[in-house]
Design a protein around this ligand. Structure first.
Ligand code: ZN
Length: 113
């Protein structure tokens, strides 16, 4: 048996896992404070009229953090999309590690190891 066969099998099972998940989204969800602290804002009134709570989707675009307010329907979808994206990244990292280790095999052979 070739030594790389174990790696190829593991790699294929990781690739199959990639296909299991649905849509993905980068970034993360945050719930901003419902009180902004601006004097005279309705959230400071008595009784206070709070902002939200609502979800805000934040992600890095060209080194800057960009945020967008999500409507309730989007707020239901995004947590699973974000989780899918993180799982996908973890799987790809594992695939890269596996490939790097498999890549060492020809080197060992060249050295007679
Ligand atoms: Zn306010």
């Amino acid at each position: 048996m070739r030594r790389s066969e174990g790696y190829e099998e593991k790699y294929r099972s990781l690739a199959a896992k990639l296909a299991e998940d649905g849509l993905i989204s980068p970034g993360s969800l945050v719930v901003p404070p419902t009180s902004c602290g601006k004097p005279g804002c309705r959230c400071q009134a008595n009784p206070p009229q709070r902002h939200g709570p609502y979800y805000q989707w934040s992600r890095a675009v060209g080194g800057k953090t960009v945020s967008r307010r999500l409507d309730p329907a989007q707020a239901e979808l995004y947590p699973s999309w974000i989780a899918n994206r993180r799982r996908l990244e973890a799987i790809v990292t594992e695939m890269e590690g596996l490939s790097a280790r498999a890549g060492e095999i020809p080197l060992c052979r060249a050295r007679g190891g």
